[in-house]
Design a protein around this ligand. Structure first.
Ligand SMILES: Nc1nc2c(ncn2[C@@H]2O[C@H](COP(=O)(O)OP(=O)(O)OP(=O)(O)O)[C@@H](O)[C@H]2O)c(=O)[nH]1
Ligand SMILES: [Mg+2]
Length: 310
């Protein structure tokens, strides 16, 4: 599909970038998937699921909203963490609106405070405080939690929200559109993300690793698609390597008799088929790349390009 020419858009059409920021696990990616209507960003109950910045695009009659999903702001413990935080922070000045997302079912933590400071320092743009997971908040805690976050964030507006239940979905959308500048479409109306199918396939494999494995293993996994080939119109062949950081993790991922890797592969295949709308043949390999989250050269090879120092 082509961009709708500006003269054919309704008068007052708006477009722009909405950076979704917050500590890990508050529901940033869930919010974006909810608005876009498809899984453009993987989601899991484990913190630090999102590692890179990606765009989720919502095209409406009167506006086009480009959501920027960002890795959760946290205290980094290795080079990968530094990359993630740096990439998130860099989204702030590019945004027309910043959504400062928090988990209102718990009280603020250090990372929320850190992000409040960053937004205050760097954002000349409006920010909206999104208090997510209201479905988990008991009524007797509501006032205390709300006031704690209102005292922390310096935003023009705030809203109680639930990304999974859709609570206040339309209300937040209205607030966002009002704050976007007038402008034409920036992406064709049928495009929902800036990510390639190849990258999305790798992420869907990693999502299943996050869902099937626990403790430190999921955080030590990177997935690279080595081959992505349309064999027939209705069959795509995908070969991917699952990198782990230690020899012992390889055995855990493969599992006895290859059972775990098979389960991960089956689940990922279903998700990729849903995304691409074709049948998939998925082949997975597991390789050890020792201490890759701490190794700058390995990170670069895996596609995490670290920002220049200074
Ligand atoms: N109960 C409830 N759970 C939610 C809500 N929003 C998100 N979640 C859950 O919270 C977990 C984290 O969601 P994500 O969308 O991956 O969070 P994130 O902020 O993108 O996390 P990172 O990518 O790690 O920074 C998942 O298990 C979601 O299903 C909500 O409104 N209510
Ligand atoms: Mg995320």
């Amino acid at each position: 599909m082509e961009l709708v020419p500006p003269e054919e858009l309704p008068e007052g059409h708006r477009s722009g970038f909405v950076a979704v920021m917050g500590k890990p696990n508050v529901g940033k990616s869930t919010l974006i998937n909810g608005y876009v209507g498809q899984k453009v960003a993987i989601v899991s109950p484990k913190p630090q699921t999102t590692r890179r910045r990606l765009r989720g695009i919502l095209t409406l009659h009167e506006a086009q909203i480009i959501f920027i999903d960002t890795p959760g702001i946290h205290e980094p413990r290795h080079k990968l963490g530094e990359y993630m935080v740096a990439t998130a922070v860099r989204a702030i000045p590019d945004a027309d609106v910043v959504l400062f997302m928090v988990d209102v079912s718990i009280l603020p933590e250090d990372e929320d405070l850190q992000l409040a400071g960053l937004i205050r320092e760097r954002a000349a743009r409006p920010c909206i405080l999104v208090m997510n997971k209201i479905d988990l908040l008991s009524p007797d805690e509501e006032q205390e939690h709300r006031e704690a976050y209102l005292g922390l964030a310096d935003c023009e507006d705030w809203i109680m929200f639930s990304a999974t239940e859709g609570i206040n979905r339309e209300e937040l959308l209205g607030l966002l559109i009002d704050r976007l500048p007038l402008g034409p479409q920036l992406y064709p109306p049928d495009q929902i993300t800036d990510q390639s199918s190849r990258f999305m396939a790798a992420e869907l494999v990693r999502e299943q690793v996050l869902h099937h494995l626990h403790q430190e293993v999921p955080h030590s996994v990177a997935v690279v698609v080595e081959e992505f080939r349309e064999r027939r119109k209705d069959l795509t062949y995908i070969e991917a390597t699952v990198y782990v950081a230690k020899e012992s993790q390889k055995g855990i991922i493969i599992g006895g008799g290859g059972k775990m890797l098979n389960r991960i592969g089956r689940a990922a295949r279903g998700e990729i088929e849903r995304l691409l709308g074709t049948q998939i043949y998925l082949e997975l390999w597991v390789k050890v790349r020792k201490r890759w989250p701490r190794d700058e050269a390995a990170l670069r090879q895996l596609g995490f390009v670290l920002p220049k120092k200074g």
